[in-house]
Design a protein around this ligand. Structure first.
Ligand code: V47
Length: 399
């Protein structure tokens, strides 16, 4: 897989503003297609100039992905909430006073999938807790069941921590396990479990889970057997600005080696129901900065996703002008966080609603599969033909 650096950017309305702002040295680097350093990353996090950072990220976004905003029709399956990791940031796993334990049988999986029989779902996104007592055969059967029930859908499943558990059960080298999972229908891996890739944060809030080094090594092994993965960053808890930059630089280094990451997804921490419930929710400003700085630092990542269910649809819409070129999907039943319930918004958006959101943001909606192959359907074309209201953000221009 080949690495494509940022191409030099043509001057835009942003030029005048950025070239005369404190962000000018970073702007010059971006214009010359030069890689940003740790210090640049830190300067971006410390800057209060959200629109300047956004304009900079938008230059890169439009160079890489033009006016496209990608979305996918997907369904999430969280097959168990039993977990032995006890991460302090998580409200999903079964615990006293929290969610009751469940583990889905194959009939449950079939039943859940059959609820969306009438929708052309392209992606089944399947992740869960680390159940200590499930056998290796459960995971293979799970893939077989999804494949048999929705043969056309792409299965994106198992975070790196689940993979390490599956390998432990299989008692085989990771490469062999991945090839076996692939033979049973696994097509790519989601980006979860990365959290913040430093030992300090690991030891403080997810000490029983894999280390940063293990997460990165497992992702690179998946890439080497031809499986693409995503990468997330959980922000807005105990991490420092420096640790956010380190996280991004570790991902960038890994991508230089394998070029197997497709999308970077900043995940806004939601503290409700977790052991960190004293922490406030993230703000729209922080959410947009995470997207924009991700776009600027991760010059070798093709895509940046604004995950609407965690940052809310309006912020995900704005994020399309702050570096994001993807908004995720229709997401039937998302259980990892309950943030969206608080916003009294449903846990799924119809394709029409997603397309309308993207069009209203002034971008061109493009339905994709999980590997970013464009999907052309008659109903998508009709939605695309709907009237558009372009409302690009206006940048402050110095006199
Ligand atoms: O790894 C857990 C995060 C992740 C909380 O690859 C929390 O396309 C916020 O990885 N507040 C799982 N976040 C979800 C995930 C994901 C989501 C969307 C798209 C993709 C993709 C991947 O959710 C976990 C963890 O980092 N998480 N608890 C919480 N309280």
């Amino acid at each position: 897989m080949k690495n494509i650096p940022n191409a030099p950017l043509s001057p835009t309305i942003a030029h005048k503003y950025l070239s005369r702002s404190p962000l000018a040295p970073i702007y010059d680097k971006v214009m010359e297609g030069k890689r940003l350093s740790f210090d640049d990353g830190l300067a971006l996090w410390k800057s209060d100039d959200l629109n300047g950072i956004g304009a900079l990220a938008n230059l890169v976004r439009e160079t890489k992905n033009g006016n496209n905003t990608y979305y996918v029709r997907n369904q999430h399956i969280n097959y168990t909430n039993v977990c032995n990791k006890g991460c302090k940031f998580c409200s999903f796993y079964a615990q006293k006073g929290g969610p009751a334990p469940y583990t889905m049988s194959m009939d449950d999986v079939r039943e859940k999938l059959s609820r969306t029989r009438h929708i052309p779902v392209t992606e089944i996104h399947m992740v869960a807790g680390i159940h200590p007592n499930l056998p290796y055969s459960y995971y293979l059967e799970l893939l077989d069941t999804v494949k048999a029930t929705r043969p056309d859908a792409h299965i994106k499943a198992f975070t790196m921590v689940e993979l390490l558990q599956i390998q432990k059960l299989a008692k085989k080298p990771m490469t062999e396990v991945l090839l076996e999972l692939k033979a049973h229908g696994l097509s790519s891996l989601p980006g979860g479990g990365a959290e913040i890739l430093t030992d300090r944060v690991h030891d403080a809030i997810f000490e029983r889970k894999e280390t940063a080094a293990q997460w990165l090594e497992t992702a690179k092994t998946a890439h080497r057997v031809g499986l693409h993965t995503n990468a997330t960053m959980l922000y807005g808890h105990i991490e420092t600005l420096e640790e956010r930059v380190i996280h991004m630089m570790k991902l960038r280094e890994a991508q230089d080696e394998t070029n197997g990451f497709l999308t970077f997804i900043p995940l806004a921490f939601s503290s409700e129901g977790t052991k960190l419930s004293h922490l406030p929710p993230t703000t729209g400003i922080l959410d947009l900065k995470a997207v924009a700085i991700g776009r600027l630092m991760l010059d070798n990542f093709p895509h940046i996703k604004a995950f609407w269910i965690m940052i809310t649809p309006p912020v995900a819409q704005a994020a399309q002008w702050y570096g994001a070129d993807d908004i995720d999907g229709t997401i039937v039943e998302y259980e990892i966080t309950h943030e969206i319930d608080k916003q009294s918004t449903s846990q799924n958006l119809t394709q029409q609603q997603l397309v309308q959101m993207i069009v209203e943001a002034g971008r061109d909606p493009v339905e994709r599969d999980p590997l970013y192959n464009v999907i052309e359907r008659d109903d998508s074309r009709q939605l695309m033909d709907a009237p558009r209201h372009r409302r690009p953000i206006s940048l402050p221009v110095l006199a």
